[in-house]
Design a protein around this ligand. Structure first.
Ligand code: MN
Length: 252
């Protein structure tokens, strides 16, 4: 199996190294990851300047761009083959509920999905690397399970793994996204010139963490696996707006 691996924490992140180590058991792994930490980059492409590709001593390649840039250029010119799957992570911190819209980890996998490939995003539930090796083992277990139980491709699986030892990560739960409260307030400070500066606040607490959600699973020590789709169409409002299509006929 040929695997394209990326992340959003950057090519030096322990989560990337841990996942690479485990993935090599499954096949050839090409790493194309961002040079800098791009957490929160979402699906952004760099269009106002060219991108450069560098080779790290680790054998990883890195790009002075976003996670989406990395997977995009890998799939459209850097790799001279089409990988079988795209993998992103392991991220430093959870990506649940609305996090998935901001996440660079999910975005890297999303780019693979957009190119028609089976794609996986893996995140560790806490912002430390305590059990990152355990999470990487679980990630590879999940990919191995897919290999022996194939799904119709493409698909995009968003996986959140509790920060626990491997032996305690034996329950997988297929979930839907929960919901968060709005973000915490922006943090305003003053720079040395006396001008105001703003730090984006932390994520909101879970608002829908009911049974069946990613929040609920992770809170109960289960590995959460959420299949994602990209069609953002609001079908309820689509219905309610139906008559607007003819509105121009009624203009005076
Ligand atoms: Mn990150």
């Amino acid at each position: 199996m040929r695997i394209l691996l990326s992340n959003d924490d950057g090519y030096l992140a322990p989560g990337l190294a841990a996942l690479h180590r485990e993935l090599t058991r499954l096949g050839d792994v090409a790493v194309v990851a961002p040079e800098q930490n791009c957490s929160g980059a979402s699906n952004s492409l760099t269009l106002n300047r060219p991108l450069s590709l560098f080779n790290a001593p680790s054998g990883f390649r890195y790009v002075n761009g976003t996670p989406t840039d990395c997977v995009h250029i890998a799939l459209t010119g850097v790799l001279d083959y089409r990988p079988d799957i795209v993998v992103s992570g392991v991220n430093n911190g959870q990506n649940m509920g609305e996090d998935t819209l901001y996440s660079g980890t999910v975005a890297a996998a999303t780019e693979g999905y957009l190119f028609g490939l089976p794609s996986f995003a893996f995140s560790l539930s806490d912002k430390d690397w305590q059990h990152v090796d355990d999470a990487a083992r679980v990630a590879v277990d999940i990919i191995e399970h897919y290999v022996t139980h194939p799904l119709p491709a493409p698909f995009l699986l968003n996986v959140n793994i509790p920060n626990r030892p491997y032996d305690e990560l034996d329950t997988w739960r297929v979930t839907r996204l929960g919901k968060r409260h709005p973000s915490q307030p922006v943090i305003c400070q003053e720079n040395p010139r006396g001008e105001p500066i703003y730090w984006i606040g932390g994520t909101g607490e879970a608002r829908d963490a009911s049974a069946g959600t990613d929040f609920h699973a992770v809170a109960h020590g289960e590995v959460s696996i959420t299949p994602l789709q990209l069609d953002l169409t609001d079908l309820t409002t689509l219905d309610a707006l139906h008559h607007w299509t003819t509105l121009t006929e009624h203009r005076p």
